[in-house]
Write a protein that binds this ligand. Sequence first.
Ligand code: ADP
Ligand code: MG
Length: 636
Amino acid sequence: MINTAPSSANELPSPDESAGYGPKQICELADELISQIAAGEVVERPASVVRELVDNALDAGATQVTVRLVAGGVRLISVEDDGCGIEPNQLPMALRRHATSKIATLQDLESVSTMGFRGEALAAINAIAELTLLSRTWATDASAWLLHGQTGEVSPTARTPGSTVEVKELFFATPARRKFLKTDATELAHCVEAVRRHALARPQVSFAIWHDGKLVENWRAGRPEQRLADVLGDEFMAHALPLAGARANDGSVQVLGWAGVPDAARARADQQFAYVNGRYVREKTIAHAARSAYADVLHGARQPVYVLFVSINPSRVDVNVHPTKIEVRFRDGREVHQAVFKTIHNALATPRSAAAGVAAPAEMNSIGAASSQQGEPNQANMVDAYATPENLGNMHFVQYTRPQFAIHFASERTASFTQLDVLWGKQSPIPAAEQTGSEAAVWPLGRAIAQVHGVYILAENAHGLVIVDMHAAHERIVYERLKGQLDATQTVASQPLLIPETFAATPTEVATAEAFEGVLAELGMDITPFSPKTLAIRAVPTSLAGGNATELARSVLAQLQQHGASEVVQRARDSLLGTMACHSAVRANRRLTLPEMDALLRQMEVTERSDQCNHGRPTWRQLAMKELDALFMRGR
Ligand code: ADP
Ligand code: MG
């Protein structure tokens, strides 16, 4: 018998021998080694421990969680809770691998509503650090009990009901792992981030974080808005739109939370929080849906900010696809994508000028105020909504009512549409609707007072001065109108030209016009060859009728040629409409009369997404009286 295995099973093969190809002896790994290997999956750094321990505290129903760290959590992590505790005879079980109190059968797994269920965390942590577990149940025991992870000893001690898990010298037994750790400050930041993720979803639980004896964060239990402001800053809250997506008819998916206005977007994706049934996740479907919802209003590489709570029937999501459960898999990704996209998209559609008055931070805060004014009883529901999927059936989320100014414009709409035509040069200016002082005061974007260098419109509103980039704003208005038409009727309303306009065209332009006749018709354009080197424009979109038809035709043909036939999908379509809108929007350097300017402002107030132009740049800014005063150092 040829035996290439080492002579003794306890002896590791030498490098030379292991490089050979002969069969090797198969041995079971020692228990401790199994745990250490398994720990690699669960515990990457101190923050992973913090996450698991806070998970456990929340699963135990804690209302107060205190995290204490020393040296970024490497020397010590202690998590203290006032949860249900563990019975003394159960303490050793808690440290066993695959031992859990949270599920017992496969069916339980399908409807699991706790953060944990794999029974791995404490065992894993115990394998790579010095762990002690101190716990007292509510009533059954006279004292608290302390379990030493290494020795398995249990001894009585004093403590109020709840549990404290202490983890010292992380990775002491696996020095290779320890080398991967960053500075204390970095590890601390990760630990805080881990608690932050929990805290956002649990406004009804108080969290405190101590580092090297100093209090780093202290978030008291309270209203969700307060928690958001505490954790993400007032700035976030000031620019956040509440999301209250409708639950699908079959009750499958609902999206709640907050989405930052495009202006609040950041260079990094560091304020994007997504939760599925209360569990923080990184999930591609949700991220993609959120990104798409901003596609139209966000400039370039800017990252939107949001906190999304997706609640879904637990049987429709698999949470057991990742050891730390940070990834989940949906049974039907489309329904989730749709719900997330729609909810954010709708929230973003209402321009701030129409939604919440003018976006001075104080004003935006009134969104939060409005929701709480609406009735404290709802608050309880809201808190529930975050907690667990148990509430799935009976969850009635606060229905936010936003202060709607749009009502004021209903009667003005017709007037403004006609007035807008003035901008196309189709009609001579008509007098603006009679503006009384009080009407002007309620118009969010105010009354036009001047134009600056043919580029900006200045307006006065209740808060101070409004500055509008007129081309950018108009572009959005035209774009939304074209899109609306195309969505509603599959074609853009078209208007034949009395005298067809001809222009000298390149062979490519002629070929493109012929190849895309159908698409052009959908876009409200009729461009046909007149001679081998000439194209004739016989019809243009009604709403673009006043503009330069040749210029419009040329840029649309260029776009069509670039995208090709295969891409008559949403993106290409939107970008085509964008091109059309850009061409037709009032150009800079165009002098407008005050009524024309007012017409544009009123249009902005009723146009979806009018806070940004099609390229995601802002269309208007508010300079509040306070800011004007500051410019002149004028105290009030
Ligand atoms: P899991 O959370 O997946 O069940 P863990 O290893 O994290 O696995 O915890 C094992 C068990 O120990 C839990 O199921 C729970 O019964 C108990 N336990 C852990 N931490 C706490 C705590 N802070 N309060 C009460 N029970 C706890
Ligand atoms: Mg756990």
